[in-house]
Design a protein around this ligand. Structure first.
Ligand code: ZN
Length: 322
């Protein structure tokens, strides 16, 4: 099975769509394929530059709906069985003066259209950003809760954890998201030390950690995550392309597995890396030594840990190989 539990809408803008939308939006002529994609592993700066090149296309609800619909279509074509996509509306609301609810509704509409066309179920995980002001993030979570049960399934915190290490600021946001029934996750221990993952679980109540690669550097935190069933969302190729890993074979997936930490998989920013869920699963098997039994366990964890609408979990569980 392919259950994508960590991917960003901003990392799923098709280059061909960028070309078409650029004409509609009156953007300057440029080589959008080169602007959006990384031909080889780079640095976090070059990676974020390519992701940021997609931002001008989030300037209208219609464009956002198209991007969201195509994200579902592309995942379906990749063979994905369930899709959860993160999206940080604050960036685009602020840049383009859009209405927060209009932006989230546009994403939900695109996903519903994509699901109707392909049969692939897709949920939205709304992300607050560490670099954004508190009032903007409060607006983001309030809007996310209004769409709970109408396409939005989860809440996340993303952004530079080294420059913005304080998590206390987000306690009330995560409490509100959880009270609305949203699943909770947080990008943590991706750049910062492993202990930040434990703090995110304890302070924010998240059940999942995005990336979490530095957890393995701290044996106490690694054991704590295993004891508490903290699910780590792994995106090996993305970590390689940002320069966090010298080679994809250096990803700590085997160490999580050996420590008993439950793991799931995502393709993070597939347009930038040129990877996909099918490719990420091959990486786990061929580069990181995951056996068929390890992959079956990852599938079971993914079904249990996914943020789903009522009724979806049993439907997904029924598709697990027996
Ligand atoms: Zn991410």
């Amino acid at each position: 099975m392919l259950i994508d539990l960590h991917t960003h809408l901003e990392g799923r803008v098709r280059p061909a769509t960028a070309v078409a939308l650029a004409a509609d939006l009156g953007l300057p002529d440029r080589d959008w394929a080169a602007a959006l994609t990384l031909p080889r592993p780079g640095t976090l700066t070059t990676f974020l530059d390519r992701v940021g090149a997609s931002y001008p296309f989030f300037s209208s609800p219609d464009a956002i709906t198209r991007i969201a619909r195509e994200a579902v279509e592309d995942a379906a074509a990749d063979g994905v069985d369930h899709l959860e996509v993160r999206f940080g509306p604050g960036t685009h609301v602020r840049a383009f003066g859009l209405d927060m609810d209009d932006v989230i509704a546009a994403v939900c509409r695109g996903f519903a259209d994509g699901t109707a066309a392909t049969g692939l179920p897709a949920g939205v995980v709304i992300a607050a950003l560490r670099s954004h002001p508190d009032d903007l993030n409060a607006e983001v979570v309030a809007a996310a809760t209004r769409f709970a049960g109408r396409g939005v399934v989860g809440f996340d915190l993303a952004g530079d954890e080294l420059r913005f290490p304080d998590l206390e600021r987000y306690v009330s946001l995560f409490r509100a998201a959880g009270a609305a029934g949203l699943g909770l996750t947080c990008h943590a221990a991706e750049a910062a030390p492993g202990v930040m993952a434990r703090r995110a679980v304890e302070l924010l109540g998240v059940t999942r950690i995005g990336h979490g690669t530095h957890i393995v550097d701290d044996p106490d935190v690694l054991a704590w995550c295993a004891d508490h069933g903290v699910v780590v969302e792994m995106c090996p190729t993305s970590n390689w392309f940002t320069g966090a890993l010298a080679a994809v074979a250096d990803h700590p997936a085997p160490r999580f597995r050996d420590a008993g930490v439950p793991v799931v998989l995502g393709d993070d920013n597939p347009v930038q890396t040129g990877s996909s869920m099918a490719a990420e699963r091959r990486v786990l098997h061929e580069e990181l030594g995951f056996s068929p039994a390890d992959l079956a366990e990852l599938d079971r964890v993914s079904v249990a840990a996914a943020f789903l609408e009522p009724g979806q979990r049993s439907a997904l569980a029924a598709r697990l190989p027996r």
